[in-house]
Ligand binder design. Structure first.
Ligand code: PMP
Length: 375
């Protein structure tokens, strides 16, 4: 099997699973219980949260555990909208956002919020002049992904933060789901950060929202106190420790992993350049982890299925919006045809050069076979 759909999710790392199982068996208590088992669980929870905070360069009080980035994104968008609706009703996002942001925005529009979609420049970067035009005294939140899941464009978050400094009542949320463990992130550049464990060989069902300590939010989930007052439910200690492990495995190796993945990326790009009918949808600031291309004469679904029969796994676009025309591609390239024919290869540091060689062989065979069928 050659798995090249790592932006959709990654297979769990054995060490992460091992941590999860050990904590399940050895720490059965509820971290909020007063007895010995509760105290042991609480101590481990604090230890893991401190470790996670250190790895991310944030304060441990700023961490809110969630079920994943979808919940983190919902918590920020709805939490800010509800808490600060008297201050303003204006939110700015980009067309590159994940469905968990875009659909939440649609919901907020039904509640009277005004959502603007900032323009992108010809490189797919946030158009800074348009952002400046859209910002006003009623803007309570700007939410952008650091790296989008379809084209993998790395946004200039530092530059955007500088502009937002003139709007102290407007908070800045950055969806870092495709960025954590892949590029260095400075939490000083944002007010909120979303991420998910399963994109970094962690378990599905655990994610984070990091919130600047002083910002108050309305809760999405109410109930008893968990690890913070912002998200109720029994602290999910085994999942928290599994996330700590997943972060421990990737954060210290960001640079070397980036270099390795860039090498694999180059191999693929060189391989795909040979085909006249393939357009590589790459931008100057694309992350090496994501390669997006459009096949002109073959339906992407047909191609994905034919590759899967050879045990090579790719995807059409973001797994959460499969089947639609890629909104991100349309926004960047203004070409519906290209947007409806896009395929995404997403790499991880665990992919090998042998796998990429084999992928290119299978690609060539499948591509030629489908072209002949189409003739
Ligand atoms: N944001 C981005 C940029 C993503 O790529 C994803 C996952 N595809 C999410 C949010 C949602 O993450 P989760 O699956 O953990 O809810």
């Amino acid at each position: 099997m050659i798995y090249l759909d790592n932006s959709a999710t990654t297979p769990v790392d054995e060490k992460v699973l091992d941590t999860f199982c050990k904590v399940c068996m050895k720490f059965p208590g509820n971290a909020n219980s007063l007895h010995r088992l509760g105290i042991q669980a609480k101590e481990l929870e604090e230890y893991a949260t401190d470790k996670i905070a250190k790895l991310l360069g944030v304060n441990s009080h700023e961490i809110i555990y969630t079920s994943g980035a979808t919940e983190s994104n919902n918590t920020v968008l709805k939490g800010i909208a509800s808490k600060y609706k008297n201050r303003g009703n204006h939110i700015i996002v980009s067309p590159l956002e994940h469905s968990s942001v875009l659909e939440t925005c649609k919901y907020l529009e039904t509640k009277g919020f005004k959502v603007d979609y900032v323009k992108l420049d010809s490189s797919g970067l946030i158009d800074i002049d348009d952002l400046k035009n859209l910002l006003n005294d009623k803007t309570i939140l700007v939410s952008f992904s650091y790296i989008d899941s379809e084209l993998g464009i790395i946004q200039n978050i530092k530059e955007i933060k500088k502009i937002l400094k003139a709007y102290p009542k407007c908070y800045f949320h950055v969806d870092c789901t495709q960025a954590i463990g892949k590029i260095k992130i400075d939490f000083n550049d944002m007010d909120f950060l979303s991420m998910s464990g399963h994109k970094i060989f962690g378990l599905k069902g655990i994610g984070l929202l990091v919130k600047k300590e002083k910002i108050v939010l309305d809760n999405l989930i109410h109930g008893g106190k968990s690890t913070t007052i912002y998200r109720a439910g029994t602290p999910m200690l085994p999942l928290i420790c599994s996330l700590m492990k997943a972060l421990e495995l990737v954060i210290p190796k960001i640079q070397s992993n980036y270099e390795w993945v860039s090498k694999l990326n180059q191999m693929i790009i060189e391989g795909l350049k040979k085909y006249d009918d393939i357009h590589i949808n790459q931008m100057p600031s694309s992350s090496p982890y994501i390669i997006n291309f459009s096949l002109k004469n073959i339906k992407p679904e047909t191609f994905i299925h034919a590759m899967a029969e050879e045990e090579v796994y790719l995807s059409t676009q973001s797994a959460c919006s499969s089947g639609d025309i890629s909104r991100s591609l349309e926004a960047v390239f203004h070409d519906r045809e290209m947007a409806s024919h896009s395929i995404r290869i997403s790499l991880s540091y665990k992919n090998t050069d042998l796998e990429i060689k084999k992928f290119l062989e299978v690609f060539d065979r499948v591509y030629r076979k489908l072209l002949i069928k189409n003739d």
